[in-house]
Design a protein around this ligand. Structure first.
Ligand code: FAD
Length: 120
């Protein structure tokens, strides 16, 4: 048995930006690394769509591939051009995975990303 406190402490201190959304990408939770990377405080992004991070320079075909994959209950890996609250762009390496409810429907999405700007 793993207590919720253990999960929370660990996720809060994880070195990757973690977010949990509903099935429409509306943000329900972000961890501390997400706040640091994006420049947004959690209260500013909770309730908003993840597209708040979109710099609009990612080709639409990338988003189409992302949505087709995750709606098909598969894990999507890819790179998006994001921007911080300050509007500074960064290259985000992302993993998005569906989280299922007991009846097998998509309940949430888990997003994990890191800044790979320096690597390019
Ligand atoms: P839009 O015009 O809204 O979308 C572009 C295209 O994406 C549409 O034409 C459509 O083909 C597809 N699309 C968008 N929403 C849906 C939907 N609900 N169902 C089916 N197809 C859809 N985006 C980022 O830019 N950066 C991120 O870091 C990021 N993280 C995400 C994390 C999670 C967990 C999830 C679920 C999504 C994430 N997204 C992220 C995707 C984000 O929700 C938006 O879809 C994306 O930013 C495009 O939004 P837009 O307003 O620029 O364009």
């Amino acid at each position: 048995f793993l207590p919720p406190k253990l999960f929370l402490e660990t996720v809060e201190q994880a070195p990757v930006a973690i977010s949990i959304t509903d099935s429409t990408a509306r943000i329900l939770y972000v961890n501390s690394a997400f706040e640091r990377l994006s420049g947004y405080l959690r209260d500013e992004v909770i309730g908003q769509n993840e597209s708040v991070l979109s710099s609009k320079s990612t080709p639409i075909s990338v988003y189409q591939d992302l949505w087709e994959t995750i709606k098909d209950k598969r894990v999507w890996h890819g790179t998006l051009v994001n921007h911080r609250k300050s509007r500074e762009e960064y290259l985000a390496e992302l993993i998005i995975s569906p989280v299922f409810s007991a009846n097998g429907q998509i309940a949430y999405y888990l997003g994990m990303h890191r800044d790979i700007t320096e690597m390019h």
